[in-house]
Design a protein around this ligand. Structure first.
Ligand SMILES: O=P(O)(O)OC[C@H]1O[C@H](OP(=O)(O)OP(=O)(O)O)[C@H](O)[C@@H]1O
Ligand code: HPA
Ligand SMILES: [Mg+2]
Length: 181
């Protein structure tokens, strides 16, 4: 698997340090509150597990499975709910946890949905932000790292469902994308 990687953009050590830093910030933000942490599957899984391990406050976890990339490198433009939350959102402090904001379509959709469901507050934390990919206006409250306008994989991020289990974030060798990227 590692052989398919052209370059590492963010190391395992840098990701761990960032999770500790963001976890400490969330601990302060939600002191005395009981937020609902919403992980956006599948990509957010490793980041959610690591960042919340460093968040020292009571919280509830739930998951939403949405997808719009269908395995490729470009968004279909249509966000599809594969699995909805089990928890009621009304009146809750929501913390949406994402691996990446690229076009912004996924988060725009989720924020609008949770506003409609009357969340009391909505915060977004994302490991990666790709500002050059943006087609709709959305910003995270907490960002781990900015990445260039390239298709990245690892630490939750996939290409054709592979590479999510890499411990770092990197870019694939061009021949792996088969001319897609
Ligand atoms: O800002 P956007 O352009 O909407 O892209 C970001 C979203 O795309 C990816 O999910 P994907 O739809 O590939 O599902 P996955 O998490 O299961 O891979 C990623 O995990 C984000 O949720
Ligand atoms: O750069 C990316 N990599 C993997 N999945 C993604 N979903 C949106 N952007 C990306
Ligand atoms: Mg994906």
């Amino acid at each position: 698997m590692h052989n398919d990687i052209e370059k590492i953009l963010i190391s395992k050590e840098d990701i761990e340090a960032k999770c500790k830093e963001i976890g400490a910030a969330l601990t302060k933000d939600y002191d005395g509150k009981f937020p609902l942490a919403v992980g956006v599957l599948k990509g957010a899984l490793p980041f959610m597990a690591d960042v919340l391990r460093y968040t020292d406050t009571h919280l509830e976890m739930d998951f939403m499975d949405v997808s719009s990339y269908g395995g490729g490198v470009r968004s279909s433009g249509e966000v599809k709910i594969e699995k909805d939350l089990d928890t009621k959102v009304e009146g809750r402090e929501l913390l949406i946890i994402e691996d990446i904001i690229d076009s912004g379509l996924t988060l725009r959709y989720l924020v609008d949905l949770f506003k409609y469901r009357k969340a009391n507050s909505i915060k977004i934390v994302t490991l990666l932000d790709k500002p050059e990919g943006r087609t709709v206006d959305i910003k995270a409250d907490l960002v781990g790292f900015e990445v260039p306008n390239e298709f990245v994989v690892g630490y939750g991020l996939d290409y054709q469902e592979k590479y999510r289990n890499l411990p770092y974030v990197g870019v694939l060798k061009p021949e792996i994308y088969g001319g897609e990227a």
